[in-house]
Every structure is written in structure tokens, then in C-alpha cells.
Design a protein around this ligand. Structure first.
Ligand code: NDP
Ligand code: MG
Length: 381
């Protein structure tokens, strides 16, 4: 098992659970980073005494520096400070920052030679080409934290030849609006959209689950992580979130990973791979669930899934564009400024208007992100 870890986004839903796993296994925490919630970070600093920590918000960083002056932890600030923490050289860097803000830190951590435990899926959606090739060049592993991708990764253990993989099958809970038609979603409230049936997560991904954009982002994430064409990645709605995803092999044998819906299993596996250790997660009792169901997604209502699929097939900057439109529209919806279906409208608009460029740089990814965000804002305001 690794001995040292940096947690980026340590105050979030995944970050807090990652620290719980670290505590259980006595991992040395080298660095912690957050956006602005310094009260929680202060407690984490006092418990784990990392050499360095960063706060993206400059003013909050100043305040924290005073609060933890009695500790050995050096406090950095801004996006550069976060990237510097990512490059601290820990054996593994767990990236659970939300959104495109996670991309530069992922790149910085790979450059520094750390393995990546990746929760921040937007990193791969927008910058997959660069992240995967840089990881290969530096000889670092990208281990998935996202539960579906961890399930696929686990189901791939023992597969000697990639050619024997026929299909990846991602399961989706369907979110809070499963079974509803588009007309019924026009006026849903933020509170209804935040009411996820199986998982307790950060606000952005919870809304992504309600629109099922999350499954589209995950399709792109899987395509990059496992080097599979989008046409060989299927999506199945599985309401109980017990079967976390599956791999179909050339002999039509299907291997899946199961467990109760609890992120601490995939988080821990990304830190202990290839070994397994005890975890705080409760055992799966299949008889408690009795029936597991599997259904086709309603692509007419949850259009974001296929908008993502199409963006990946078009290639270039299209995935970065749909990701940016979604991030902005998701935020506007959470601020009560646009309706629920406007999120899909923004994503669709980005797919139509994104700059076409197959020979793009990482700088172009950030530029497209900025461009599509402001375009999305103008679309509604
Ligand atoms: P949260 O919103 O709970 O946490 C996000 C974290 O990122 C917080 O620590 C936040 O700091 C930090 N952050 C926010 N903005 C910035 C910024 N600009 N720069 C640096 N840090 C920032 O999100 P989740 O934990 O739910 O999700 C994190 C990632 O993991 C997402 O990409 C999500 O898709 C993915 N994921 C999450 C799952 C889950 O169960 N939650 C499951 C699978 C994937 P602060 O608290 O100070 O704002
Ligand atoms: Mg997931």
C-alpha cells in the first residue's frame, strides 16, 4: 500500500471520505487543498499536519495563515498554490476537486511523477488526450475513484489481452427523475433535483445525476481511461446502485463488481491497488435487496447522455465544450437563474457552436472552457 498521499478537494464529499480511509490505514498526508472552506481545512491540518496546504481563494488563504500559524503547515494560495500542492511528490495524489479547476493540478501531479487516484472526471472529459499521454510518458498510473470506473477496473483484473474486451457497461441509478418525461421536468425545483435516491454527493455532481449528464461525462471518462471507442460503451439503468458496472468479454461472459453504494470502497481500492484491506463499508447482503432491476435509459428525456457521446465521437475540443456549458449551466440552475431543462439546452448549444480543432493544445482546452462558459452565460442572461 502507498504510504503518502495528497488530497486535493479535501473538504468535499469525496475528500472527507478519502481522509477517513487515510486515517484508517495510517497514510501520511503530504498536502491538502480546498476552494474556500478554511474552517474544515483548519481541523484537517491540525489532525494530519501536512507539510503544505492550499486555498484557491486568496482572502481565505490569508485568514487561514493566521489561524494555523502555530502548526508546521505552509499555506499557499490561488490556483498556482493548489497546483504546487499537487506537485508535492506524494506517492499518490487523490484529486477530488470539482470541475475543470481539477485539470491543471492533475497535470502538475503527473509531471511530478505521482500516481493519480482520480475522482475529478472533468479532468478526463476536457483534457483526456493530454492527461493520458502524459501519464504514459511519465510512467504514472491513473486509478479511478469514480465508482463505475473502479468497478470496470476491478472487473478487468486478470484480463491478459485488451482485444478480449467486447464492451464496457456503465450502470446508472437514473437519478431522482427516473421515469419522468421531458414535459414533466420543465418546472422541477432545485430541492427535487438535489434529492438523489442512493448517493450523498457534492451539489454539482448531484445535479449532473439528475440531468444524467453525469453518465455522459462518465462515458467519456471510461473511453479515455480504458481506451475504448464510445460505441463499445453501453449504459444500463440500475436503480439500486448495487452492480457498479460490468465488462463483457469476447465469449459473452460478463464480469461485474458489486457492493453497497459507498464511495469508500472505490476510494480505498484506488489507494491500495492491487491489494485489498478491511474497510469501514458494510457488507453487501443481496437478500436484503431481493430484486435488482436493469432498464434502458430514456435518451429522449435525458438528452445529455447522447450529447456527450456525440461530443466524444466528434473529438477535438467538443468534449471540453460540453463540459464547460454543463458546469456553467449547472451553476446557474443551482443559483435559481435558469430552469432544469436549460442545462441540456446549454450543452446542446455548445455542441453546435464549439470551435473545431483536431490539432489542439492544452491551452486550447482552457481557452474553449472560458469561451463556452461566457457564451453559456450570455445564452440566458
Ligand atoms: P464537493 O463539491 O463535495 O467538493 C469539491 C471540492 O473541491 C471541495 O473540497 C472544494 O473546496 C474544492 N474546490 C471547489 N472549487 C475549487 C477550486 N476552484 N479550486 C480548488 N478546489 C476547489 O464535490 P464531490 O466531492 O462530490 O466531487 C468531487 C469530484 O469527484 C467531482 O469531479 C465529482 O464529479 C467526482 N465524483 C464524486 C462522487 C461523489 O460521491 N461525491 C462520485 C464520483 C465522482 P471548498 O469546500 O472549499 O469549496
Ligand atoms: Mg460515478
Amino acid at each position: 500500500m502507498i504510504k503518502s498521499l495528497a488530497v486535493l478537494g479535501s473538504t468535499g464529499s469525496i475528500g472527507v471520505q478519502a481522509l477517513e480511509v487515510a486515517r484508517l490505514h495510517n497514510l501520511k498526508i503530504e498536502a491538502l487543498t480546498v476552494g474556500s472552506r478554511i474552517d474544515i481545512l483548519e481541523n484537517q491540518i491540525r489532525e494530519f499536519l501536512p507539510a503544505v496546504a492550499a486555498v484557491a481563494d486568496e482572502n481565505a488563504a490569508k485568514e487561514l495563515r493566521i489561524k494555523v500559524a502555530d502548526t508546521p503547515t505552509k499555506i499557499l494560495s490561488g490556483a498556482d498554490g493548489v497546483a504546487e500542492c499537487a506537485a508535492c511528490g506524494a506517492e499518490s495524489v487523490l484529486n477530488s476537486i470539482v470541475g475543470i479547476a481539477g485539470l491543471a493540478p492533475t497535470v502538475a501531479a503527473i509531471e511530478a511523477g505521482s500516481d493519480i487516484a482520480l475522482a475529478n472526471k472533468e479532468t478526463l472529459v476536457a483534457g483526456g488526450k493530454f492527461v493520458m499521454s502524459l501519464a504514459k510518458e511519465k510512467g504514472v498510473s491513473i486509478l479511478p475513484v469514480d465508482s463505475e470506473h473502479s468497478a470496470i477496473f476491478q472487473s478487468l483484473q486478470g484480463c491478459a489481452d485488451k482485444k478480449q474486451i467486447k464492451k464496457l457497461i456503465l450502470t446508472a441509478s437514473g437519478g431522482p427523475f427516473f421515469g419522468r418525461k421531458k414535459e414533466e421536468l420543465e418546472n422541477v425545483t432545485l430541492e427535487q433535483a438535489l434529492n438523489h435516491p442512493n448517493w450523498s454527493m457534492g451539489a454539482k455532481i448531484t445535479i449532473d445525476s439528475a440531468t444524467m449528464m453525469n453518465k455522459g461525462l462518465e462515458l467519456i471518462e471510461a473511453a479515455w481511461l480504458f481506451d475504448m471507442p464510445a460505441k463499445d460503451i453501453d449504459i444500463v439503468v440500475h436503480r439500486q446502485s448495487i452492480v457498479h458496472s460490468l465488462v463483457e468479454y469476447s465469449d459473452n461472459s460478463v464480469i461485474a463488481q458489486l457492493g453497497v453504494p459507498d464511495m469508500r470502497i472505490p476510494i480505498q481500492y484506488a489507494l491500495t491497488y492491487p491489494d485489498r484491506f478491511e474497510s469501514p463499508v458494510r457488507q453487501l447482503d443481496l437478500t436484503e435487496f431481493g430484486t435488482l432491476t436493469f432498464e434502458k435509459p430514456d435518451y429522449e428525456t435525458f438528452v445529455c447522455i447522447n450529447l456527450c457521446r456525440r461530443s466524444f465521437e466528434k473529438g477535438g475540443l467538443y468534449p471540453a465544450a460540453v463540459n464547460a456549458a454543463n458546469e456553467k449551466a449547472n451553476e446557474l440552475f443551482r443559483q435559481g437563474k435558469i430552469g432544469f431543462l436549460d442545462i441540456a439546452r446549454a450543452v446542446s448549444h455548445a455542441l453546435e457552436t464549439a470551435p473545431q480543432n483536431d490539432d489542439y493544445s492544452l491551452g486550447d482546452v482552457f481557452e474553449t472552457d472560458r469561451l463556452i462558459r461566457s457564451q453559456t452565460e450570455r445564452l440566458f442572461l
